[in-house]
Design a protein. Sequence first.
Lengths: 1381, 232
Amino acid sequence: MPLRIATIESTDLFVGPPDAPQQVLRVTVSGSDGAPLAVDATVTTAAGVETTTQAAPTSQTAGTAVFEVGVVVDGPVGATVPVTVTVRCGGQTAQGFGEIVVAEPGWTVHMVSHFHYDPVWWNTQAAYTSQWDALPGTAQRHREPWQHTGFHLVRTHLDLARRDPDYRFVLAEVDYLKPYWDSHPEDRDLIRRLLAQGRLELMGGTYNEPNTNLTSAETTIRNVVYGVGFQRDVLGGDPATAWQLDSFGHDPQFPGMMADAGLTSSSWARGPFHQWGPMMRTAAGHDNLITDASAMQFPSEFEWISPNGRGLLTHYMPAHYSAGWWMDSAATLAEAQEAVLRLLRLLRPAAATRNVLLPVGTDYSPPNKWITEIHRDWNSRYTWPRLVCSLPRDFFAAVRARLTSPSPQTRDMNPIYTGKDVSYIDTKQAQRVVENLLIDAEKWATLAGLHGHARYPVEAFDRAWRLLVYGAHHDAITGTESDQVYIDLLGGWREAHDLALTVHSAAIAHLGERIDTTGPGRALVVFNPSSWDRTDVVTVESAQPGRIVDAGGAAVPSAVSGNGLTFLARDVPSLGYQTFRLLPATTAEERWVEVSGEVVATNHFYRVTVDPARGGTVSSLIELATGRELMRDGLVGNEILVYDEYAEHPEFHEGPWHLLPTGGPVAASGARQADSVLVERSAAGERVTVRGSVGPVRYTQVLTLWHGLPRLDCVTRVDEFTGSDHLVRVRWPIGVPGGLPLSEVANAVVARGFAHPDVDTARHPWTLDNPAYRWFGSGTTARVTVTDPATASTGHRAIGVAEVIVTDAESAALLGRPVTVALVRAGVTATCTTASAPRYGRIDIDSNLPDVRIAIGAPERNALTARLLAADLGAATQFAHQLATAGTARVWLPASTALENAWTPDADLTGLRDLPVLLIAGADRDGDATAVADLVADLADACIEVRSVPVPAGPFEDRTVAILNRGIPGFAVTADGALHLSLLRSCTGWPTGVWVDPPQRTAPDGSAFALQHWTHEFEYAVTSADGDWRTGGITARAHDFNHPLTGIVAEPHAGPMPATAALLTVSPEAVLTTLKAAGDPLAAGGGTEATGPRNGMIARIYEPHGRTAEVKLKGPKLSVTGSCDLLGRPLGGWSGTLEPFEIRTLALTAEPHPVETQVEIGPRAEPVQPVYARYWLHNKGPAPTGNQPVSVHLHRRDRTVEVTVASDLTESTYDGTVWITAPEGWAADPCERPVRLAPGGWTRFTVDVVAGEAAGPGVLTARLDHAGSTVEDVLPLGDARHELTTSLVVDEETGNLTLRLENLAEYAVHGEVHVVSPWGTWRMLSPHAQGFDVGAGETTCLRIDVSVPDAATAGTWWAMAKVMWYGRIAYTEAVRLVVAP
Amino acid sequence: MIAAWVDGEPIGRDAVDAELRALYSGPGGHALPVPHTAEGRQLRRWVVQVLAIRMLLAHEAQRHGLPGSGAIPGADRAALGSIAAAALAGSPCAAAVFAHVTGTVTVSPSDVDAYRQANPELSAEPARLVRHVRAGRPVNGGRPYRMRRTDLLGDKVFAAPLGTLVTAGTDTLEVVDTVAEHSPDLTAQLLAAARFRAFARWLDVALRDRVALAPGSEHPADPAQPDHTHRH
């Protein structure tokens, strides 16, 4: 057979010099004597360009060989160029004809080796960090094949970096970094070297990957304080990328906050699209598992912009954070390379530059086995595309070099995983209350140090914040964890709560002692944590109730419940206090009195009517100032709805993180008679209490109208819940006609789309529930007001979520950015697209939907505008007329159908007129810019004025209704105006009920804790206002609802502070979110000595209404000196201007005044000493109080014992001694070892441990002292097994609990006990933590006091004890905790 | 019912069921996912792969006439994955097949030199034995202890001749002796890593070529099977 060309195949690969690349043709040649070994190939293009190559075969099969031949081609990418190929071999010549599809050179795949580590999920912190392999039983071996502990992974990645100089990788979460850094200090030099060589990058800048949409902005800010503090200051890295791979959506203000913290980019995989992004579908019913990224409406690299206009260059991972990991299963290098190329081709359509980030790693994964081989082999053969083992910083640098105008995106990166807003609801309630209490405790502690002599309790605050930051993890606060992990996390929230409450109470008591309280009777001092003068109810605990009068002697009405005295405190000064008088009771006690007759409660603002025949639901809610009935016709409010749910989704299987209704509610409280209805009045207010049952819920609802407060306070108590795969919501059909859903987010407000709470999620998986921060509602955040130029008649259309369509990438930055920023400052989030990109608005793709389109540019520059005008002659005429007469045009095209009709569970809103469109244009590009500038200016009042016809015909009312919440974030507003608040659920899907350390524990009824079978109390309030939410001051109402006034009773005494004072006043245009001592020393290895308000403070404020504001702060003894970034680094002066939604941190100094003796108002160290060095083995969350900057660890090394000592101190030297104690019968040398460590230093030494004749089992201990704590590590010797049996016994007489600990070991054991109980019980059970020490073979008993406050409501809960010693843990059975009615 | 075939030999579902029963009833079984849920089916798939590798190892031993040699209980899970590690830990042929497959793997002295030079912190660290008196009180009961150069007064101690005293403040240290610290066996480190890597490569190819999986027994990480849904 003569020489013959069998096939000619075009590729998208290039060889040759980077600046003159040759595209590769694959030519298959067969020869006369088998496959040719080499050929001379000449390729001639149609244009006559000739390229000649000497080529060796790249592969051979029987009789044929494949040659790769570089070709110089010219032509637009995608064009087909005919070629003639001539090969010569051994005197023979063959010719063939083929085609080259012109490809684009210059592409680089940045393969980023990472592992995604969660400290908690279905497995425990101990297991995930270091113990997974050590857990009892072969069952623990089962896991995804690649999964390992955090320690094992760091070790494995470091080992590969040692062996392979091409290996680059990233490390991230502080949850494993700090334990590793401290317990493996011998790797510090290597880690520092890899950082210096640019082969290791620390990712995050945050402590973990938090779910910022479920916490306050301040919790997010502290997350970055602790992330950067450790990664940069302690470890020496340069964190630049907010690495939020797995977070279930993001708070809209997140990018701005990270930019304000000095980070320069972000990257993550969840937000704009459902589940696993726009490329992947679940398996069933989809042959093509992965499609290319062309469904994305915007590039994967874009500027992610906050409501405050601050942005961050962001890479969204369209194929998810595991995309590149799967090539690990390739059996050969060539297959692995092919997998990478395939991903490049799939990702290319969305890339903003010729750079693709390919995350190569997944959950708990070791280094990918092919990554460096690909790097070496591929790039030695091809010029383009480059496949490089790279780091995110190199990727972002490459993107920045090319992308001068990133696409502006303000779109809401929610709602991903709707179940996260409801599962384990009690942890969300705890988070919200504790973060607010802690924020207020910081304020009062600062003022107590400024105006008194309280020492700033930096250690207590540090520990409490780190607990909250730990709990904000996306598998913690989201309720996706297993039962055991829930129990562990609950302990963290409780500890943070107790620390916050301790400091809050002590700081206020300290201030109270300094206040002049002289006067008649006793003083009632009411403290206001808000930065405005405030009128609100306050409840004071007083053993002797009495008559209250104000400073002027006027009577103040009050109401008594138990020992709680509730009254309306008027005009309490901003971040200050007011003193009332409590006089001996002389009139009738101010008790609640039952009244008969109409089931109605009234105050100055509202009249609420309850219908006993319909379950005690609200049949009427009248806003008295306007006479308006808020309830929609014939419907009832405050109705409890019960839904059936799938245990796991029928198609994509997942459970707790999805809401999974099987359809609409299966039971509603309004469908049956209430069991009882009680109407009561008191001098302070009126209330209605209803009781009833619905499905698995027995409930009590209390509706209270306090005289003087413009809100209806609601409590829904679930007295009993027996649900299994049930979801419980409360519904209020009070939406404003023409209004859109509104939602407070962290330090901003945005509109959100309508939800579909009643769908069968097997058919329509996306209910579109969203998380609200402290309030959600219905009304208008921005609107288009259209005036008919001829008749002057007007119509309005609220707008909330927009698609902004521009010509191209350049106009996206020039025109799209100002418009999207102006919109988002008005509360309207937007996706910015180009006319040729796919439209936003398909529920099967997008995680949320738009309600309006804004097209910028005249038809010749905007194809969408052209299509719209071509189809609408009237609009085209108006458009042309406006352009001709004014030079710019602004035309409103109403939608072809009303929004509520288009917005269906399978909505596809991408049709031309499915949504209304606002056309904005000028005569030319400059004219477009003028039109955009006009629009931006017009948006300052959140109203876009348009003069065109037709005017919108739909209903529109300029008012707002809102539901304020305390830690119940999940909401859904339906198109028919029903406001839904999600209360709780009982999902049985995996990992519900998983318990890792035996024996398995359950709630007392045998159910998994995830099912929440105990008493829950949900607090929310309904409020309303004319005008929009800004005019109505809804955010301030929600703030106050979440930051209650605090009152204390004080005996009369003189004091240096006046009876009433404002200690800090902020202009009402801003909200103070934080006042604290400057610096976070324990986040960064610093000392605490210099931290206190007299050495400097910071105040954080934000602008809440999306307007520019002039703001002043003033207060006695302090002054503003300038501005700083979120981490407290000085930025210079401050003009006093806040931009819309801006978060601003200010530096404050105290007037110099003499330092007095300091009073402690919070603990400096762990309550139980010594502190176990390996805290993660006790599933205790973050490092102990003080952040354990100096640690000691014992290691078994073959036959010797090694001790390592490591310092995270960054400013000071550690100088101390390690004490080694051997158990009886053993000898250890040295037993005393002086250690001095430079900042960041470490050392190690071996200990000779010798067993004597009488040596039995026991533990070797190593201890050191630092900052008031003793750190201890232990190592078992001999046959030491640390057995301890535990039981929790209820003392029937006192109701107290006794924990019985029996030590079966032949040596003494000491450790720590926590009582664990759910939210709602923490004030009843104490102490939270106590130590124990029990001798060999002995038994000891610890008491847990149970005390029930007088005002406690009846209910059923549970309590268990968690026992921790020497890295072991045991949980007792949960005992039932009942407060009888 | 067949779950998988290795070199054409079937693995029955009953064998899989038996292995699963042992797991569920063994220690830690309570932490395993509920059977007949997506996660439960993933566990079943995991078990099938383990059994398939065990059979593959048995076939390989038989094919090459390798003697029964024992399991490898502590195989490098990161290099091999949990499935292969579990199979090696439960196969009586593991050690022999591993030795057979990786017997030709070597590490050259120049590889070791390059490794040593690239990683200075792997070199042996010298130490000194010191006797320490602090503020007049003998530390550690007067017994000497080992000290690193970076320790307290390390530079001074390392500069001082044996038998001399180093003082600083109230600390007096007598330099008693030099101590050679154990240095890690770099050849062994590199060889072990290379062997596990070679074994993993062999196994990947062998699994691809010699194992067939029935529907429902796909590899748990196979993205094409319907229960592979937890991508986080």
